[in-house]
Design a protein around this ligand. Structure first.
Ligand code: COA
Length: 299
C-alpha cells in the first residue's frame, strides 16, 4: 500500500473489476489508447491480464482509492514497448475526479516508490503526442522528454524519470527589493513556463518545476538593490520551448514588467547559433529565454 496526501494506492484486486469497467465507461479515458475500453469486456480483460501477469517484486497495478471509492488506476510494469529492464508507468483518473491534482499525487507516489524505494535506475512513460493532460502531468513530475516513436500503433512521446541524487540544482534564491513587483514579473514568467507555486510567506514566494524551485524574497537582511553587472548573479537562463514560444512570451512580457534587451540583435544577441530573448525587469533582474530549436532555414 502506498499513501499520498488524499489517496491510498493499493494493489489492484479481482473485485475491483466492475469499478474499473465503470471508470472506463467514459470515452475520454480510452481516447489515446490502442483499444476502446468503453467496451466492458475489454476493460475486464485488461484487469484480468494485469492480475494474471507475474512481474518483479514491488511492480504491478494499483487502484487509486479516495475514501472508499476507486477513482483511478496506475501501473509500474516491465515495459513491453521499450528496451532494457526499465519499467513503464501509466495513470488514469476517472473523469469525475480529474482536475483536482489526484493524478499528480498518485503518479508522484508511484515514482517515489519505484525510484526511491525499489531503487529502479529509471522509469519510462509513453504518452500519446496529443494527450495534453498526460504530457502536462509528466512535465509537472519532472520527467524528461527524450524523443518520440511509434508505440501502440501511434506516435508517442518517450519520457523518462530518473532518481534523485546529488548534483542537480535544488533551488535559486533571489533577494528582491519589492515582492509584489517580483511576483508580477518573475512569478508571471515562471508560471508561463509551467512552474507552479511552491511556497508563500509574508516576505517571499517560490515556484517549482520538477525538483528545482526559484525563490523571490524581500528579506529583512537585504542590503541595496540588485546589480547584474556586479559580482554575483548576472542572469537566469530558462528553457522556453520553440522560437515561436519565445516570441509569444516576449510579446506578453512588457505587460508584466519586462523589457527586451539587445532588441537590435534579437533573437541572436547570444550569437548566430542561439535563438534567445534577453529580458530585464524594473529591478534589474535579467532572464534569458532559450529556444530549443533554430527555426527551419526555409521558414
Ligand atoms: C491525464 C490525467 C491522468 C490527468 O488527471 P488529473 O487528476 O486531472 O491530473 P491533475 O489534476 O493531477 O493535473 C496534472 C497537471 O496536468 C494538467 N492537465 C490535466 N489535464 C490537462 C489537459 N487536458 N490539458 C492540459 N493540461 C492538463 C493540470 O492542469 C495539472 O497541471 P497544473 O497543476 O500545472 O495545473 C487524466 O486526464 C487521464 O486519466 N487521462 C487519460 C489517461 C491516459 O490516456 N493514460 C494513458 C497514458 S499513461
Amino acid at each position: 500500500m502506498l499513501r499520498a496526501a488524499r489517496l491510498e494506492l493499493r494493489p489492484l484486486r479481482a473485485d475491483d473489476t466492475e469499478d474499473v469497467v465503470r471508470l472506463f465507461a467514459a470515452p475520454a479515458l480510452s481516447r489515446y489508447l490502442a483499444a476502446d475500453l468503453t467496451d466492458p469486456e475489454r476493460a475486464r480483460a485488461v484487469v484480468a491480464r494485469g492480475l494474471a501477469g507475474t512481474c518483479p517484486e514491488g511492480l504491478g497495478h494499483w487502484a487509486f482509492v479516495l475514501g472508499d471509492e476507486l477513482v483511478g488506476l496506475g501501473h509500474l510494469w516491465p515495459s513491453l514497448e521499450l528496451p532494457g529492464d526499465v519499467p513503464e508507468i501509466g495513470w488514469y483518473v476517472g473523469v469525475a475526479h480529474q482536475g483536482r491534482g489526484l493524478a499528480t499525487e498518485a503518479a508522484a507516489a508511484l515514482l517515489d516508490h519505484g525510484l526511491n524505494r525499489l531503487g529502479l535506475p529509471a522509469v519510462w512513460a509513453l504518452v500519446h503526442e496529443c494527450d495534453a493532460g498526460s504530457l502536462a502531468l509528466a512535465a509537472k513530475l519532472g520527467l524528461l522528454d527524450v524523443g518520440s516513436g511509434t508505440h501502440h500503433g501511434d506516435v508517442h512521446r518517450v519520457l523518462v524519470a530518473l532518481p534523485g541524487g546529488a548534483g542537480p540544482l535544488h533551488h535559486v534564491e533571489l533577494w528582491v527589493p519589492d515582492l509584489p513587483r517580483a511576483e508580477a514579473s518573475i512569478g508571471w514568467l515562471l508560471r508561463a513556463l509551467g512552474w507552479t507555486e511552491h511556497q508563500r510567506w509574508s516576505r517571499g514566494a517560490s515556484w517549482k518545476l520538477g525538483r528545482t524551485y526559484v525563490v523571490v524574497e524581500d528579506s529583512a537582511d537585504r542590503r541595496g538593490g540588485h546589480d547584474r553587472t556586479a559580482a554575483g548573479l548576472n542572469h537566469l537562463a530558462l528553457h522556453a520551448g520553440s522560437p515561436g514560444d519565445v516570441e509569444a512570451l516576449v510579446a506578453e512580457s512588457a505587460a508584466h514588467g519586462w523589457r527586451l534587451m539587445f532588441a537590435d540583435r534579437h533573437p541572436h544577441a547570444g550569437g548566430p547559433e542561439q535563438y534567445a530573448a534577453y529580458l530585464e525587469n524594473a529591478d534589474g533582474f535579467e532572464v534569458e529565454l532559450v529556444a530549443e530549436r533554430m527555426p527551419c532555414p526555409n521558414g
